[in-house]
Design a protein around this ligand. Structure first.
Ligand SMILES: [Zn+2]
Length: 301
């Protein structure tokens, strides 16, 4: 059973907007690409888990806190009375382990070892289980989901390449036990204690003024043009869309980027590159948000 859905993080949404609407530095472009690649890897792993037929609960993207320490679990699979934590990475190329370091084979440059994050998450997770008074066995694995990833000197342990992952999930799938009551209680507790994402510390500086205005295509993120009164059109992939949907998506994007700015017809009209009429922008704002009037100003929330 899927207990929740995997949403794109606000950080990756914002980085995607910045990529399409401003000039990113090379380092930020790599960051954006890594986020996109990471997300694709997680979806691939989800597909593997979602093909399991044994009784299970699958929880994704858990942002948790134990006392003052926050931690994140990409994927948590509950089967019988066991919990499996997976840290999924979409690394590509040849890597090697040397001592306790993960290196890129070609350059011997050290890269972040997901095992460090996994160990920390597991420790905090076990403390959380103790706090919930739920004695449950926990196993954790780093999954390298990309078939084009090779890892030399791989210790026989908690690192799994794609083929090994498929095998391990196959073994789990043979479980005939039902999900235990403890695990069911755990899933409930976890979903009730999720923490909000605090994305703005991890982002480069940006401003409304310097970003390219317009509406982005939902398929390819190309800039949209107006085809008719009610349709928009993507120059790049040639898809058309209801103009009000393009406007609404741009408003959602605007709110992620500028949560402190008030929603007004004027600013959204400008954000949409003045492509739709102000009348239409107001209609979309009215449909999805509450209108407030203060003195001669009108804004939406
Ligand atoms: Zn397009």
């Amino acid at each position: 059973m899927n207990a929740n859905t995997r949403e794109r993080s606000t950080v990756s949404n914002i980085m995607r907007s910045l990529h399409n609407r401003s000039r990113l530095t090379l380092a930020d472009r790599y960051y954006h690409e890594a986020l996109e690649k990471g997300y694709r890897g997680e979806l691939q792993f989800d597909a593997l888990v979602e093909s399991l037929t044994c009784d299970h609960i699958y929880l994704k993207d858990l942002r948790l806190k134990y006392y003052r320490k926050t931690f994140q679990i990409d994927s948590l699979l509950l089967v019988g009375n066991k919990a499996y934590i997976y840290e999924v990475k979409n690394y590509e190329g040849e890597y090697e382990i040397k001592g306790d370091r993960l290196l890129l084979s070609s350059t011997k440059v050290e890269v972040p070892d997901p095992m460090v994050q996994l160990q920390r998450s597991m420790s905090l997770f076990r403390q959380l289980l103790h706090h919930f008074q739920l004695p449950i066995d926990v196993e954790g694995y780093v999954i390298f989901i990309n078939e084009k990833m090779a890892l030399h000197n791989m210790p026989k342990s908690q690192y799994l390449l794609k083929s090994m992952t498929v095998k391990q999930l196959g073994a789990i799938n043979k479980t005939t036990e039902k999900v235990s009551q403890k695990n069911k209680r755990l899933a409930k507790h976890l979903l009730a204690s999720l923490q909000e994402e605090k994305p703005y510390d991890d982002l480069p500086d940006y401003s409304f003024e310097t970003m390219k205005k317009g509406m982005l295509c939902k398929h390819c993120f190309g800039h949209l043009e107006r085809l008719s009164m009610r349709r928009s059109f993507c120059q790049r992939c040639r898809q058309t869309e209801d103009l009000s949907e393009s406007i609404y998506r741009s408003i959602v994007e605007f709110r992620d980027l500028f949560p402190e700015k008030k929603l007004t017809t004027k600013i959204i009209h400008e954000w949409c590159g003045s492509i739709p009429s102000t009348y239409m922008v107001t209609q979309v704002l009215k449909k999805h948000y509450n209108r407030h009037k203060r003195h001669r100003w009108t804004y939406f929330e």
